[in-house]
Write a protein that binds this ligand. Structure first.
Ligand SMILES: [Zn+2]
Length: 287
């Protein structure tokens, strides 16, 4: 799933290529992916895309005033790629309706954005918001670079596991499974550690690890070009999804714990004092 670094770098690329262009057409292509009814997407057609930004894992397209409404901005369009949503930059725009197509946005610069869905659940979605309406952004917590997040990590008494807390978008926005795995590995903390159980040194390591994995991820993501179009993104995580390979720090074999919807990768030597955490999938295979 694209997380904060992928989405930030994507927003920067799209801003560089599309800001200043006029939206010339919106083609909703997928069923039920548009999460708003009013205002309709047609209200943005004919207006200028002023900037492409991001909050958490949402892309935010800000449109300027429409010729019809005077000086008031026409509104915003939000895109969330969720698990397996991807975004193609089409140059020139295609007329075909590729499998999994969600929406195509055409612009006056001779290019288009096509959102596609490669997954079957928790699908990509988009919203058209009137000025001042935050839509789904209203429920999101602070971002990892904020003082509020630092305060939570350094002083909070949240009893949940850190891995769970980091992925809760209402608690901190923009982190998912991938960077949660890498941050815990960098901080040398067990994926089962709860925030409340950490001492001052561990908390400081955790805060630093979350921020540094995201900063390093962003630096690597900035080397991409174009959209975010491949079903397999070619991630560059340090340990996430690399179970069975060697820990890049100590050489121990990385392990995983499997859950219904995801799995956590960790190094027993670096993170759990040598202890291998029980994994249902592993015990099934071993039998
Ligand atoms: Zn290790």
């Amino acid at each position: 799933m694209p997380e904060l670094p992928q989405m930030q770098a994507l927003a920067e690329r799209l801003d560089a290529e599309f800001a200043g262009a006029t939206l010339t057409g919106v083609e909703p292509l997928g069923f039920s992916a548009l999460k708003t009814v009013v205002p309709g997407p047609e209200t943005l057609v004919g207006t200028t895309l002023e900037r492409v930004g991001r909050y958490a894992k949402y892309l935010i397209l800000d449109f300027g005033p429409s010729p019809r409404s005077g000086t008031e901005p026409a509104g915003r369009l939000l895109i969330h790629l969720s698990q397996a949503g991807r975004l193609d930059v089409e140059e020139p725009p295609k007329r075909t309706r590729a499998k999994g197509s969600v929406v195509r946005l055409r612009f006056s610069n001779g290019a288009a954005l096509l959102v596609r869905e490669y997954g079957t659940e928790r699908k990509a979605a988009w919203w058209v918001l009137a000025p001042g309406d935050d839509g789904p952004l209203a429920t999101l917590g602070p971002e990892p670079d904020s003082d509020a997040f630092a305060d939570l990590i350094l002083h909070g008494d949240d009893r949940r596991r850190v891995h769970t807390l980091l992925r809760d978008q209402r608690t901190v926005a923009g982190v998912g499974r991938g960077y949660a795995d890498d941050a815990l590995w960098r901080a040398r903390l067990s994926p089962y550690a709860s925030l409340a159980s950490l001492d001052d040194d561990e908390r400081a390591r955790l805060l630093d690890a979350v921020r540094s994995v995201l900063a390093d991820g962003l630096a690597l993501e900035r080397e991409r070009t174009g959209g975010l179009s491949k079903p397999k993104l070619g991630e560059h995580f340090e340990v996430h999804a690399r179970y069975g390979t060697k820990c890049p720090r100590c050489g121990e074999t990385l392990r995983r714990v499997s859950y219904e919807s995801h799995e956590v990768t960790y190094c027993p030597a670096c993170q759990t004092g040598g202890k291998v955490l029980a994994d249902r999938r592993l015990s099934r295979l071993v039998k």
